[in-house]
Design a binder for this molecule. Structure first.
Ligand code: NAD
Length: 258
């Protein structure tokens, strides 16, 4: 099999759903061995069947990216199985929209920032230690358009959404890490997707009025598809972007160009 990621080993968090799942499919099809990490293993059933058909090696690891021991375990298990980690994709993420209502502001804020920002930082910390041994690595973080701009006034938000706080943190973490790790030949970039059809946005896109509103906020007049985000992740993860680091790439149908 010849592919753009032949011989590479990728560890992907949030691999069982949405964008992480699309990235897992594409990277496997491009020849990478894959470590799939998710807090919820239910999404792995059909996905691992597909990967078996593609024929690349893979492992699954259950873990919570907001738990430092789970992050360490996922990285160590992947490195022990495959002997290295070339690529880390931090796709695990949550939104306050999907938090239990009874949690209230503080618990919801902690949850979102812990998963989206602390999780990205912890996974990158442990994976970069492995990458440094080979002086080779590419980290792709999932930020968001909402890591670059505030919520549109057309979408209800009170200015205290931990989603924007966490995704803005991911942008700045990406830039800082890119500068610090360039000497180790580890590139660090982020994707900033617009609203994309996944389980994370299902409650919004199932509502026809909200869906139309969201579409109108993207100059291309539609929302993104997970495989469109995966293709951009492939560029940033692969050697094709060998002179790109610290970039935060909008994949958003023009949302942030307005
Ligand atoms: N869908 C969008 O519109 C959109 C837009 C911009 C950015 N993003 C970001 O892209 C990433 C993927 O989002 P998605 O839409 O595919 O979401 P999704 O809900 O479909 O998938 C997220 C995955 O992360 C896993 N996960 C959640 N908490 C976890 C934890 N603590 N530890 C490990 N795994 C955990 C979930 O089980 C799920 O499999 C997220 O970081 C999200 O914020 C999504």
């Amino acid at each position: 099999m010849s592919g753009r990621l032949n011989g590479k080993v990728t560890l992907i968090t949030g691999a069982g759903s949405g964008i992480g799942k699309a990235i897992t499919h594409l990277f496997a099809a491009e020849g990478s061995s894959i470590g799939l990490m998710d807090i919820d293993q239910s999404g792995f059933n059909l996905l691992t069947e597909d990967i078996k058909k593609i024929g690349v090696e893979f492992i699954t690891v259950e873990g919570d990216v907001s738990n430092i021991a789970d992050c360490k375990n996922a990285v160590e298990t992947c490195a022990k199985t495959f002997g290295k980690i070339d690529i880390l994709v931090n796709s695990a993420g949550v939104t306050p929209r999907n938090a239990p209502k009874e949690w209230g502001f503080e618990k919801t804020w902690d949850w979102v920032v812990d998963v989206n920002l602390k999780g990205t930082v912890m996974m990158s910390k442990f994976a970069s230690e492995i990458m440094k041994r080979n002086r080779l690595g590419s980290i792709v973080n999932l930020s968001s358009i909402l890591g670059i701009v505030g919520y549109s006034e057309d979408i209800s938000s009170d200015g205290f959404s931990p989603y924007t706080h966490s995704k803005g943190g991911v942008v700045q973490f990406t830039r800082d890490m890119a500068v610090q790790f360039a000497k180790d030949n580890i590139r660090v970039n982020a994707l900033c997707p617009g609203f994309t059809y996944t389980p994370q946005t299902k409650r919004l896109t199932d509502d026809d009025e909200m869906k139309k509103k969201l579409e109108s906020l993207h100059p291309m007049g539609r929302l993104g598809k997970p495989d469109e985000i995966a293709k951009a992740a492939l560029f940033l993860a692969s050697d094709e972007s060998s002179f790109v680091t610290g970039a935060c790439l909008p994949v958003d149908g023009g949302y942030t160009a307005k």
